[in-house]
Design a protein around this ligand. Structure first.
Ligand code: HEC
Length: 239
């Protein structure tokens, strides 16, 4: 019998379709192209317990996403200002932070580094007449998302966590004018007392942005340029 082309195609399709059926309800059936299901390139969140015919029992059921090797520098784009702002903070955390604030992957110092941070007066993210509005707008968003639950939207230490007796000992920023930019950074980045480290939550540029925003709670003229700038120079933050 002469079979036409259509019949051959549909017959082979039926054979292929039927042969992929298996009785195990948890099995996806025969994999015709296993490398489409299990990429040979390492990807996060893929189970590499089996790659093609090779069985890797030690990888089965494990996430392939791993913490980057120690010393890896996160990618912050190619903008040199952004990259410079995210370089390691030059003042190391004190060794006690290993225990008190569970910092991992940092080098430590036995010196009283919080006091060293007092001499670090410059906010490397320079505030100018041109960028002030944007910095304060960005700072407000970052602050309200990450800090206001304790510190309060007005920076008075009366956030909802405090008002509902879930947290205490949160200072009013108005009483913290003497803190240098370096000390603020140190405390936000590494943590202080009951406040945890924010190193894994916000990047360094974001911290410096928030610090400008906090300065505004301390001095309403902070970041105003021109005639309104009367008291801006009273804080070292304008450096
Ligand atoms: C879970 C509550 C909580 C959150 C969230 C929190 N803080 Fe704090 N913060 C505190 C407490 C408590 C202190 C007082 C620490 C001390 O002096 O022992 C403090 C102190 C500070 C200080 C003064 C540090 C010093 O050196 O005296 C600054 C600045 C600060 N926080 C900024 C921030 C910023 C910015 C954020 C958000 C990125 C933030 N905090 C998020 C609770 C919190």
């Amino acid at each position: 019998m002469k079979m036409n082309f259509k019949a051959i195609v549909s017959l082979s399709f039926t054979v292929v379709a039927l042969s992929s059926c298996v009785t195990d309800p948890d099995s996806s059936g025969y994999e015709y192209m296993p490398d489409m299901y299990r990429s040979a390139a390492i990807e996060p969140y893929v189970d590499y317990g089996q790659v093609k015919e090779r069985i890797n029992p030690e990888l089965a059921g494990k996430l392939s996403a791993m913490v980057p090797p120690f010393g890896s520098i996160p990618y912050f784009g190619t903008d040199s200002t952004m990259v410079a702002l995210n370089m390691p903070f030059p003042i190391l955390p004190n060794s006690a932070f290993k225990l008190t604030h569970d910092l991992r992957g940092f080098d430590f110092s036995d010196e009283d580094t919080y006091m060293l941070a007092a001499n670090y007066t410059t906010n490397p993210l320079k505030l100018t007449a041109e960028n002030a509005d944007k910095l304060f707008d960005d700072g407000k968003v970052l602050y309200n998302h990450n800090c206001s639950q304790c510190h309060g939207e007005k920076g008075d230490g009366k956030g909802p966590m405090v008002e509902n007796d879930l947290f205490s000992g949160v200072p009013d920023y108005a009483d913290k004018k003497e803190l240098s930019n370096g000390q603020m950074f140190y405390s936000i980045y590494y943590g202080k007392g009951a406040m945890g480290s924010h190193a894994s939550i916000i990047n360094k540029k974001e911290i410096w942005t928030i610090i400008h925003y906090i300065r505004k709670f301390q001095d309403e003229n902070y970041g105003k340029f021109g005639e309104a700038a009367a008291s801006t120079e009273t804080t070292d933050a304008a450096n």
